[in-house]
Design a protein around this ligand. Structure first.
Ligand code: AHR
Length: 493
């Protein structure tokens, strides 16, 4: 078995890893909100005020820090006033982007913010720029955050909420280069300036305004935004990039049935995130050398064909060990770029795309991706430290680096090293050493399995977290990292 050295230097402290990097995204799309998060108070499914209890518990388990809502493309078609007040009387709406289904608006502002309270996460709301008015957006902020006497604050009270909420993250539109209005970057920048002018800080609230950023490789969009709106209260700029094997949107392929070549193409496609984050950051550095504007990767993850027999507009896909490897690689990239990447939100939380949870009736399945978020949660609010691994590339098909890794130190002086081995046919012995001091104790957990292994409603525990043996000797530690695995090693110095 090949040995690879991984060196950490706990004295070389780099950037703060914002816990928001471990965020999720929940859109009114398919069965994410209705069925996934919200089943209604009269449901037989155990719930708290209509929210699935097992989903709340699962999100608490991974310490979900932030949840984005209501879209996505949906956000720029959403009129928030239709989703408040007596549920029986709420206007129905057509979900024009996702299946054309009629929704009853029973999950609206109060429900989303209450759900976040129950989970213990920050809400991140995307406002409607594409089809909404400036007034509508301004009133939404007033409704949620103003504690004085005003038309919107009174309306909120009438709807049963006396105290305003605190709302930090607010997006000025979503994908305004596409489903959010098909704008040019110049037009979007002017629009952003206008809309953001009326998004005010009330009653001690402090909005972190997020501008719509580029679609993947559109570096010009970033350039234009940084040039024109950095000075206009833009705290964050979003970036969207989905992992599609071969970059082929026409034939994305099945989530569960794929060849080894498809697998490595998926890994190769996901590694583009490194290039994207680096290159968009380089542009941002020129306009914002102090790194004040955060890069917000608020949509990322695998996008495959929908499962057979499911509504094509619902984007329901299974989730295998391949997804776990993709999640591990991306989260390591975000950690390593945490000087610029301030938040990331996997798409999506429940039942849509690379979901962390899948639900059907009474059963909730934790996907392999969920387990990666669990393994990595110790990075939240820790400090990135130097780490380097000897690496080698996979053989056969497209060649990709086998090992992905990142390391952080927390306030108790514990080091967390997360690493994955994407090779399908090779295990590695990883020798962990430190540039300063000695490793006195270490323990680890991992997920591993066939790349096509997944959890479903009849076998929820096919892929689970299990211990990985960590040997410590002479101030060093070593682990055997199986093929297709993701591990988290906690080290005491
Ligand atoms: O996550 C699904 C969709 O992908 C979102 O609605 C949109 O923003 C993106 O194109």
């Amino acid at each position: 078995m090949k040995k690879l050295n991984l060196t950490i230097n706990p004295m070389d402290r780099k950037s703060h890893i914002n816990r928001e990097i471990y965020g999720n995204f929940s859109e009114h799309l398919g069965r994410c909100v209705y069925d996934g998060i919200y089943v209604g108070e009269n449901s037989d499914i155990p719930n708290i005020e209509g929210f699935r209890k097992d989903v709340i518990d699962a999100f608490r388990e991974i310490k979900l820090p932030v949840l984005r809502w209501p879209g996505g493309c949906f956000a720029d078609a959403y009129h928030w006033k239709d989703g408040i007040g007596d549920k029986e009387k709420r206007k129905k709406m057509i979900n024009i982007h996702w299946g054309g289904l009629v929704e009853d608006n029973s999950f609206g502002t109060h429900e989303f913010l209450r759900f976040c309270e129950l989970v213990g996460c920050e809400p991140y709301i995307a406002g409607n720029v594409g089809s909404g008015t400036v007034e509508e957006m301004a009133e939404w902020i007033e409704y949620m955050t103003f504690d004085g006497v005003s038309p919107m604050a009174e309306l909120r009270r009438k709807n049963g909420r006396e105290q305003p909420w605190k709302l930090k993250y607010f997006g000025i539109g979503n994908e305004n280069w596409g489903c959010g209005g098909n704008m040019t970057p110049e037009y979007y920048c002017d629009t952003y300036r206008r809309y953001q002018s009326y998004c005010r800080d009330f009653s001690g609230n402090n909005l972190y305004k997020i501008a719509c950023g580029p679609n993947a490789f559109d570096y010009n969009w970033t350039e234009v935004c940084m040039k024109n709106i950095t000075a206009w209260n833009m705290k964050g700029l979003s970036l969207h990039y989905y992992t599609v094997p071969y970059g082929n949107w026409e034939h994305k392929g099945s989530a569960t049935v794929f060849t080894d070549a498809d697998y490595y193409e998926t890994i190769s496609a996901t590694l583009q995130m490194e290039t994207l984050v680096t290159r968009h950051s380089e542009i941002m550095n020129r306009y914002d050398p102090e790194g004040k504007v955060g890069l917000i990767v608020d949509e990322w993850g695998c996008w495959f064909d929908v499962e057979e027999g499911t509504n094509p507009g619902f984007l329901y896909q299974q989730n295998t060990m391949r997804d776990a490897i993709v999640a591990a690689i991306n989260l390591n990239i975000f950690n390593r770029h945490s000087d610029r990447v301030y938040m990331a939100n996997i798409a999506q939380a429940v039942n849509v795309l690379q979901a962390v949870l899948l639900t059907e009736g009474m059963v909730t399945v934790k996907t392999p991706t969920f387990h990666v978020f669990d393994l990595y949660k110790g990075h939240q609010d820790a400090t990135l430290i130097y780490s380097h691994v000897e690496n080698e590339n996979t053989e056969g098909g497209v060649s990709v680096p086998c090992i992905s890794h990142s390391a952080s130190i927390n306030d108790n002086g514990e080091v967390l090293v997360t690493l994955s081995n994407c090779a399908l046919d090779k295990e590695y012995e990883i020798d962990l050493g430190t540039a300063f001091g000695q490793i006195t104790a270490a323990e680890g957990r991992m997920v591993t399995g066939d790349a096509r292994a997944y959890n479903d409603f009849t076998n929820t525990d096919n892929v689970v977290i299990r211990p990985i043996e960590v040997k410590t000797e002479n101030g060093k530690a070593s682990v055997v990292l199986p093929a297709c695995s993701v591990a988290a090693i906690t080290i005491k110095l």
